[in-house]
Design a protein around this ligand. Structure first.
Ligand code: GDP
Length: 298
C-alpha cells in the first residue's frame, strides 16, 4: 500500500534497530530495556511515549512470563498500539455543518493540506467553501485558488495584506448563502510572533462564533514530519495559543522521522487525524494508529 511504501524510511530507522535488539540479546534484563529505550528515542518517539511504552512492555513481559527477547516483539507492537490510542479520533466535520480551521507555519504543507481536504470532502459530495485567510504570504492565495479550481470548490480570498478577519467574515457569508457543509479556513501561522498570532486567531474565532454559531468547530494543526523534534516544539507552541482538536503530519513519505507521530500524540494528548505521504489528493490519508504500527512492522 501507499502507507507501507511511504513509511519505508521510518520503518528502516526504527524496526531494524528493534530487530537487532530482539535477536542480539539472550535475556530480558535492564540492558535490554535500555537498548530498546535508546532505539525508540532515536526513532523520534519522544521520552514521554517511550517511557510509557516500556513500562507497559515490562508489565506485559511479567504478566505473560516471557523469557526470550524474541518473544517480546509482538508485546512491544501491542504496547506501541496502546500508546497511540489518544482520545477519540472523530471526523465530525464529515457529518455536520462545520468550520475547519487549519493552522501551521509556512512550508509545512498547510495550503496543500487545505487543498487536499477540500478535494476529499467534495468527492464525498459535500459543499465546501475555502477561506484563504493566509493573506500574509502572497502566493498562498494563488496556490489555494488552484487547488479550489481543480476540485471545483468555492474560495473566498483576500489581497496580500488584507485583514484575515474580513476574509473569514466574507467566507461565512458565502458559506451561509451556499448552504455549505464545510468551511475550510486557511490561516497564516506566524509562530515567531505569538501575541499577534493569538490576537489573529482570537479575532477569527470571534467572527466565527458570531456569524456561524451553528457550525461544529475543528482546529487542525499541520506539522512537517521531516522536521522531527522541531515539529513537536511547534505542536506545543500552537497548543498554547489554540485549542487543537487534531494533528496533520505531512511529508511522512520522505522521512525516517515518522516516529514523531507517537511523540506528538503523547505530548499533546491530541490524535493525529491525517498523514501526508505524497503530493496528490490520495496522499492525504486518515490516520489509523493500528494500521500505522502494522505498516511499520510489516
Ligand atoms: P505551506 O507553506 O505550509 O502552505 O506549504 P505548502 O502547502 O505550500 O507545501 C510546501 C511543499 O510541501 C509543497 O511543495 C508541497 O507539495 C509539499 N508537500 C505538502 N505535503 C506533502 C506530503 O505529504 N508529502 C510530500 N512529499 N510533499 C508534501
Amino acid at each position: 500500500s501507499r502507507l507501507v511504501e511511504g513509511l519505508t524510511k521510518t520503518r528502516d530507522n526504527i524496526v531494524s534497530g528493534i530487530d537487532s535488539v530482539f535477536h542480539g540479546f539472550s535475556k530480558i534484563d535492564d540492558e535490554f530495556y535500555e537498548e530498546l529505550e535508546e532505539i525508540l528515542i532515536m526513532g523520534d518517539l519522544g521520552v514521554k511515549a517511550t517511557e510509557s511504552i516500556l513500562d507497559d512492555l515490562r508489565e506485559k513481559v511479567k504478566a505473560n512470563h516471557v523469557k526470550e527477547p524474541a518473544e517480546c516483539k509482538q508485546l512491544l507492537i501491542d504496547s506501541i498500539k496502546q500508546q497511540m490510542q489518544v482520545g477519540e479520533t472523530a471526523y465530525r466535520f464529515e457529518e455536520e455543518t462545520s468550520v475547519v480551521l487549519v493552522i501551521g507555519v509556512n512550508g509545512v504543507g498547510k495550503t496543500t493540506t487545505v487543498g487536499k481536504l477540500a478535494g476529499k470532502l467534495k468527492e464525498q459530495g459535500k459543499k465546501v467553501v475555502i477561506a484563504g485567510a493566509d493573506t500574509f504570504r502572497a502566493a498562498a492565495g494563488d496556490q489555494l485558488k488552484e487547488w479550489a479550481d481543480r476540485s471545483g470548490v468555492d474560495m473566498i480570498g483576500g489581497t496580500e495584506g488584507a485583514d484575515p478577519g474580513s476574509v473569514v467574515y466574507d467566507a461565512t457569508a458565502a458559506a451561509k448563502a451556499r448552504n455549505a457543509d464545510v468551511l475550510l479556513v486557511d490561516t497564516a501561522g506566524r509562530l515567531h510572533n505569538k501575541k499577534n498570532l493569538m490576537n489573529e486567531l482570537g479575532k477569527i474565532n470571534k467572527i466565527l462564533e458570531k456569524e456561524y454559531p451553528q457550525a461544529y468547530r475543528e482546529t487542525l494543526v499541520v506539522l512537517d514530519a521531516t522536521t522531527g523534534q522541531n515539529a513537536l516544539v511547534q505542536a506545543k507552541e500552537f497548543s498554547d495559543v489554540a485549542k487543537i482538536s487534531g494533528i496533520v503530519l505531512t511529508k511522512m513519505d520522505g522521512t525516517a522521522k515518522g516516529g514523531i507521530a507517537v511523540a506528538i500524540q503523547a505530548e499533546l494528548g491530541v490524535p493525529v487525524k491525517y498523514i501526508g505521504v505524497g503530493e496528490t489528493i490520495d496522499d492525504l490519508q486518515k490516520f489509523d494508529p493500528d494500521e500505522f504500527v502494522n505498516a511499520l512492522f510489516d
